[in-house]
Design a protein around this ligand. Structure first.
Ligand code: SF4
Ligand code: SF4
Ligand code: SF4
Ligand code: FES
Length: 965
């Protein structure tokens, strides 16, 4: 294996359709108008020397190394800033050019430390390369005069260094931060000889505005900005192209290795989701994969009060199988079930649901998508006929108006957030519907035209009010609606939304939003050109999550914003494989490809290939599993890759359900909080250690590739297969590609997917079949999948979770850039430098009323429970609203969230909890106990890969854990 090298064309590709032909060094080349001469030469394989140019950035023309001659013209223009012209004749190698380039390089090298042999970028340095390319063998100037070679080093960032003495002030880093990332954290301070790259006002990187995306490190042609791992491990020697295992953007990376050690993750320019960009999580936060907390040996115990015993896989699987058989004999075949993970691969998820349906003989399978995007699946399939978003990410480049509802892309989906901000800087307009003033509302060179800061829980009212304005002000795209949608249903809907009770003025009493803002936003979305909607968990995690998804779908249809580039309805998926886990049949009522389990013909297809009869009754959803476990009718659960105790709402109820199980099997990287209730622990394996596919938020199926052997011995799919075989349900796969072949054989939307095609094309978006052999970037072109688009009436029903004298504030939750989900991975990386604890954002007015100062510990109470955390006074939230994240188990935001859920899918109402906030002296007793116990248990687990781990179990089985503060 060798390093994957991508060609750097020097300047970005031109999108022009018009072609231009010219001659370079005697060879004719035809390229799109607007292409630079540098790029045209590269198309011929002629690499003109360069330092300040790279094809991820617009050309800048500062280094003067790329000079060329054009016949009939005076001077030596820079090839990176000079566009091609029809018929010109260009020379890139003349004696004059050679002398100029050598002179330029000589000046650079004369002010550069000559420590190449010990430099971290030795062998990976463009300055070094260019010195060779221009034939510089001698430097005439000494180091006696003033120079920069003794400038200091900033090592504050946990992942990369800034070694100023090596900077050639090419500005690539500054431009990368502006153009690619959109953070504008860097400037060139000083002038002339004193020009220096500076984060913020000459601050260390760590405390500056830098979000550690790595774009500047990637752009830097020298060792000035370099990954610390390049110092620690050395330069990589081979690489494997794979996919990030964090969020639903699905960025492609080159995992660059030295031996079997991962040196760095480098974003891959051919990655169609990320186009060469990354965020701090995918780029740097992979250390959890080799963290000492990982459990590498299976363990069993007969009771959760016993210590763990380390065993072989054979023993663990035999024990698990015998327990599940015993439970089914005693309590019936529906007394067991399983939960698939949106962090695992399509193949693994498919196999778990196959095991449950074929091996357990029931449909008690559910997935963590239940608690995030199940309303998306329901809402979009009802209205459009497909349980997925309509666009690819490239579509944002064609959009004119972006409506973001309940999503925080710069934190939750950072690489897409950067692409979005780029489009906004180019002139697209922005509307944000969010209780909180997220970063995208106002960031450098981006300002929302409208921010509608609605009260949590009133999405349906506000989206229906937007529709009211569109209908009553005659802004409907009637031609689109007549051609593409059910006209009768549209008329019913139009009459419904036109009712005065849905006007912005009428709903203000619920939403708290100025009606003028709602009217302005509706007009802009309907008339501003291509209108696209992006939404997130701020839409779905509500008692009316499915209703809001359908209200959004209505809005896009009514304005004709579906079925072409630049428009559409785009759910931003939380975890890397939420889309895939749903596609693979993880819901209790649906087989892979969203086909109902009660459909005889579909069931027969699966029965014939799997060789077993299938239950035709939908199984239990996750909350029903907990209910049944509390009732004593559900006794065995297999959980792959999820920490349900921490991630699911109403922790006390979840813990009571888990405590009622006779056999809980947890398969995970770490001994997570759920494992406190487990009887069998099966070590999981990280994305770096296995082959498979993930499907991102664009329906894009992408390969993950093994870069190192599984530290625990088995990939997760192999462990599921062992379990199936032990239960007497034979599985004989030898590679995940065979599982994908079976998925393709059984799932019409995946019929054309196979590993060879993925290797050839890089990725495909489903549907991928005979009609669309290379996949489907944009859905519903020419017609909706269900036929006519369906308008659904969306009556606003206020949530039962109400504020009152005891709980007068509304809590809503969200994420922060550096952390991910319950933090199991990111808390085990240096990302904690940016977010060591969850905090509560509270408005100054509410804080003052309660005698709370910035940084004080406060107690957060709801009718479900209590926790304690630090308060941060913020004007991002309106009075009456408080906000926190849920990345740290010691804070446990889900101790306070309630068991209310979406009416259609049971997706929990995480985003609305009535709470009270009061001053507190510090952590509650249970939090202090948790810290002590989990520190101890982590040590025990690390030292002995076993032993009694207690932690939360002790806390939640105490008689009234919510009162122990
Ligand atoms: S890491 Fe990203 S955000 Fe930070 S300075 Fe570099 S480009 Fe800007
Ligand atoms: S830090 Fe690197 S990219 Fe930035 S100006 Fe210096 S050499 Fe160029
Ligand atoms: S944006 Fe998402 S997929 Fe991309 S690197 Fe960051 S976490 Fe990974
Ligand atoms: S590469 Fe063209 S001026 Fe630097």
């Amino acid at each position: 294996m060798s390093l994957v090298h991508e060609i750097d064309y020097g300047t970005p590709a031109s999108k022009s359709q018009k072609l231009v032909t010219l001659t370079i060094d005697g060879m004719s080349v035809t390229v799109p108008e607007g292409t630079s001469i540098m790029r045209a030469a590269m198309e011929l394989g002629n690499q003109i020397p360069k330092l300040c140019a790279t094809d991820m950035l617009e050309s800048f023309g500062s280094c003067r190394l790329c000079l060329i001659e054009i016949e009939g013209r005076n001077g030596t223009p820079a090839s990176c800033t000079t566009p091609v012209q029809e018929g010109i004749v260009v020379k890139t190698q003349t004696e004059r050019l050679k002398q100029i380039r050598k002179g330029v390089m000589e000046l650079y090298i004369s002010d550069h430390p000559l420590d190449c042999l010990t430099c971290s970028a030795n062998g990976d340095c463009e300055l070094q390369d260019m010195a060779g390319v221009v034939g510089l063998r001698d430097v005439r100037y000494g180091y006696e005069g003033e120079n920069h070679t003794r400038l200091g080093k900033d090592e504050s960032n946990p992942y990369f260094t800034y070694e100023q003495s090596k900077c050639i002030v090419c500005n690539r880093c500054v431009r990368a931060c502006e153009e690619v990332q959109g953070t504008f954290a860097l400037t060139i301070s000083g002038r002339g000889f004193d020009s220096r790259v500076s984060p913020g006002m000459d601050e260390p990187f760590l405390t500056s505005e830098c979000v550690s995306c790595g774009a500047c490190v990637q752009a830097c042609p020298t060792a000035t900005l370099n990954e610390k791992a390049m110092y620690d491990i050395g330069t990589p020697e081979h690489s494997v192209v794979t996919t990030c295992a964090y969020c639903g953007v699905g960025c492609t990376f080159k995992a660059e290795m030295r031996g079997d050690e991962l040196v760095r993750m480098v974003p891959y320019k051919d990655g169609k989701a990320n186009r060469g960009h990354s965020c701090v999580k995918g780029r740097f936060a992979y250390g959890y994969a080799t963290h000492q907390d990982r459990i590498l040996k299976p363990m069993i115990r007969s009771s959760i009060h016993e210590p763990w015993t380390e065993v072989t896989y054979e023993e663990a699987i035999a024990y698990a199988a015998s327990e599940f058989k015993r439970i089914q004999e005693k309590y019936g075949k529906r007394a067991v079930g399983g939960i698939t993970s949106s962090r695992c691969t399509n193949e693994e998820t498919y196999l778990v649901q196959k095991l449950i349906r074929g091996g357990f003989g029931n449909n008690n399978v559910d997935t963590c998508a239940r608690v995030c995007h199940s309303p998306t699946g329901y809402g979009l399939s009802q209205t459009y006929g497909t349980s997925a978003g309509t666009q690819d990410f490239d579509s944002v480049e064609e959009t004119d108006v972006v409506l973001i509802i309940g999503a925080n892309p710069t934190d939750g989906h950072p690489v897409f957030g950067s692409r979005l901000k780029k489009r906004l800087r180019e002139g697209a307009k922005l509307i944000v519907v969010d209780p909180r003033r997220t970063d995208i509302v106002r960031s450098p060179h981006v300002e929302a035209s409208y921010h509608l800061p609605l009260k949590p829980g009133t999405n349906v009212a506000i989206v229906t009010a937007l529709a009211h304005v569109i209908v009553t002000e005659g802004l409907v795209d009637e031609k689109f609606v007549r051609e593409r949608c059910d006209w009768d249903e549209f008329q019913d809907w139009a009459a419904f939304v036109a009712d005065e009770r849905h006007s912005p003025e009428a709903v203000e009493k619920y939403t708290g939003v100025d009606p003028a803002l709602v009217r302005g936003a509706a007009r802009l979305y309907a008339t501003g050109g291509n209108g696209s909607i992006y939404y997130g968990l701020g839409v779905t995690e509500h008692s009316q999550g499915s209703t809001t998804v359908m209200a959004i779908a209505n809005l896009a249809m009514a304005t004709g914003n579906v079925g072409r580039n630049g428009v559409g309805v785009n759910p931003l998926r939380g975890q890397n494989n939420v889309q895939g886990s749903c596609d693979m049949g993880s819901f209790p009522h649906e087989l892979p490809g969203y086909r109902h389990i009660s459909d005889d013909a579909t069931r027969a297809t699966f029965e014939s290939l799997w060789g077993v009869p299938l239950d035709d009754e939908p199984g239990l959803r996750i909350p029903n599993m907990f209910d049944a476990a509390v009732d004593g009718t559900f006794k065995g659960l297999y959980v792959q890759g999820e920490d349900i105790l921490q991630s699911d709402p109403d922790t006390k109820h979840v813990s009571a359900g888990l405590a009622g199980l006779e056999c809980l099997i947890v398969q995970d990287l770490f001994l997570n909080e759920t494992a406190n209730y487990a009887h069998v622990f099966l070590p999981g394996c990280s994305f770096l250690e296995k082959d498979g596919t993930f499907t991102n938020a664009e329906r894009r199926i992408q390969r993950i590739r093994k870069v190192m052997a599984p530290k625990n011995g088995y990939a997760d799919w192999e462990v599921t297969q062992l379990f199936a075989n032990a239960l007497g349900f034979p599985m004989t796969y030898t590679h995940p590609s065979q599982i994908m072949d079976e998925i393709a054989a059984l799932t019409p939307t995946f019929a054309g997917v196979n590993y060879a095609k993925l290797d050839e094309l890089g990725s495909v978006q489903w549907p991928c079949n005979d009609e669309a052999p290379e996949g489907t970037p944009i859905m519903h072109i020419g017609g909706f999948v269900r036929g006519k688009g369906k308008f659904v009436l969306t009556e606003y029903v206020p949530t039962d979770e109400k504020t009152g004298p005891r709980f007068p504030l509304l809590l809503t939750t969200g994420r922060i850039l550096s952390q991910y989900n319950v933090g199991a991975q990111t808390r085990r990386t240096a990302n904690v430098a940016w977010h060591p604890e969850d905090v509560l954002e509270i408005h100054a007015h509410d804080a003052e009323n309660r005698g709370i100062r910035d940084g004080d510990f406060v107690k957060l109470d709801s009718r479900a429970g209590s926790t304690s955390l630090r308060a941060v006074i913020s004007d991002r939230v309106a009075p009456g609203v408080v906000y926190t994240t849920f990345h740290h188990p010691v804070t446990q935001a889900n101790v306070v969230t309630t068991d209310y859920s979406d009416w259609a899918t049971n997706c929990p109402e995480y985003k609305v909890t009535a709470v009270q906030v009061s001053p507190s002296n510090g952590p509650t007793q249970w939090q202090e106990d948790y810290e002590t116990l989990s520190r101890t248990s982590r040590r025990i687990a690390a030292e002995a890969a076993g032993g009694a781990r207690e932690g939360l179990w002790l806390l939640y089985t105490s008689p009234s854990p919510r009162d122990c503060s």
